[in-house]
Design a protein around this ligand. Structure first.
Ligand SMILES: Cc1cc2nc3c(=O)[nH]c(=O)nc-3n(C[C@H](O)[C@H](O)[C@H](O)COP(=O)(O)OP(=O)(O)OC[C@H]3O[C@@H](n4cnc5c(N)ncnc54)[C@H](O)[C@@H]3O)c2cc1C
Length: 370
């Protein structure tokens, strides 16, 4: 098969890697270099965790992705997945975290209730019912991972092209007029997917923020886990690679054009500092070392998009990461390849039809939860 893939983010580059290493002919096109920070996959770090409440399918996909990220590390010689664990702060005995615990236990994924005060250098738990630890979860070096995916795709023979593309019937037309045809043409274009296919894709592109605090040596990974407070829409990581302690207020930010400049002004700093006072008091006044803006591309129900184009055989649309797509890249790619080959179909909820926010992974007041 010859595949043309437009978009070298986690979804497109994963697809290119898997197809190329399976011996297929691949052309991977992106308007930027892989890992560019204007792409949603371009940040330095992303959480990888299996917790998805009662959702067994995303849970299993995240676990499969972990295995595939390890395979990519093995192939590329890169150190991409820092297994520092992820801690979930549960406000109720029977909420999202307890559902995640049951789902993971049923799939044999290590998970335990633990004493978070013993692992975080400063911790307040007076509003929590318990803390759940996924010891084999952690942090992916995202930008480097995407670069490794593209590099390994190239090492297996893929042609990686830097160009902007637009749909031309079943083909992709590059800016210089080149027309790329394939047995499969996959558009994995992140926040640009909806403008390219407005009749079939609904995505809201929003501005999101990441803050980095100087917590000092005590907060360096891998001794300190990543963490998520789902009910308070907050998450973060320890200080990995001297970036600082990462903290994000994970509420939906203002809409932004995918081509707009990203303004790094830290508008969420008051909310993040208020949360630090509540949870990690030693970090309340920690110096802000950096603020980063990036984009989410949110589907109406937070579920991914992976479906054939209704009018052009062989054309597929892939995206809708909705703030939680990074970790799943290689496992989604595996499923998409199977579907393209006529094997197991993708779940209906990844389809192009109407979507209802009522089916969202998010719950009232929660964030997207990366
Ligand atoms: C702040 C933040 C924190 C996040 N945290 C997490 C986390 O902890 N864990 C997690 O799993 N996920 C997380 N996510 C979500 C995750 O990063 C995204 O879901 C995922 O990266 C989306 O990947 P993608 O391949 O769909 O899109 P992208 O990475 O945006 O890739 C799309 C690519 O398509 C290219 N492209 C678009 N249009 C064209 C065109 N016409 N021609 C050529 N090229 C084109 C773009 O240049 C781009 O490189 C986070 C996202 C953000 C913004």
């Amino acid at each position: 098969m010859h595949a043309v893939i437009v978009g070298a983010g986690t979804f497109g580059a994963s697809l290119a890697w898997q197809l190329a290493r399976a011996g297929h002919s691949v052309t991977l096109v992106d308007q930027f270099e892989p890992g560019d920070r204007r792409a949603t996959s371009g940040g330095e770090t992303r959480l990888i965790r299996c917790s998805h409440g009662a959702d067994a399918d995303y849970t299993a996909m995240a676990r499969r992705a972990r295995t595939l990220w390890r395979e990519l590390e093995h192939e590329s010689g890169e150190d991409l997945l820092v297994e520092c664990g992820v801690a979930w702060f549960a406000h109720r005995e029977d909420g999202w975290e307890a559902a995640s615990e049951r789902t993971m236990a049923a799939q044999g994924i290590p998970v335990e209730r633990h004493d978070a005060a013993a692992v975080f250098p400063s911790f307040r738990a007076d509003d929590l019912a318990f803390t759940l630890l996924e010891p084999e979860a952690g942090v992916l070096r995202a930008q480097r991972a995407v670069q490794a995916l593209a590099a390994q795709a190239a090492a297996h023979g893929a042609n990686v092209v830097r160009a902007r593309a637009r749909p031309d019937g079943a083909a992709a037309r590059l800016d210089d007029g080149t027309r790329l045809e394939g047995d499969a043409v996959v558009w994995a274009c992140g926040g640009w997917l909806a403008p390219l296919f407005p009749a079939f894709v609904t995505l809201k592109v929003t501005r999101q923020e990441l803050l980095f605090l100087d917590g000092g040596p005590a907060w360096r990974a891998p001794g300190v886990p990543g963490w998520v407070d789902y009910d308070h829409a907050m998450y973060g990581t320890a200080d990995l690679d001297a970036l600082g302690v990462k903290a994000a207020h994970d509420v939906e930010g203002p809409p932004i054009d995918p081509d707009a400049e990203l303004d790094d002004t830290p508008a969420t700093e008051p909310a993040v500092r208020a949360y630090m006072r509540r949870r990690f008091p030693a970090l309340e006044y920690a110096p802000l070392t950096e603020a980063r803006a990036c984009r989410y591309e949110l589907s109406p129900d937070s579920h991914f998009i992976a479906a054939p184009h209704p009018e052009h055989a062989g054309v597929w649309l892939l995206g809708g990461g909705s703030g939680h797509g990074f970790k799943h890249g290689p496992a989604m790619a595996e499923r998409v390849i199977t579907a393209i080959a006529g094997g197991a179909p993708l779940p209906d909820r990844f389809g192009l039809g109407e979507r209802s926010p009522a089916n969202s992974l998010r719950t009232a007041g929660s964030g997207v939860v990366s």
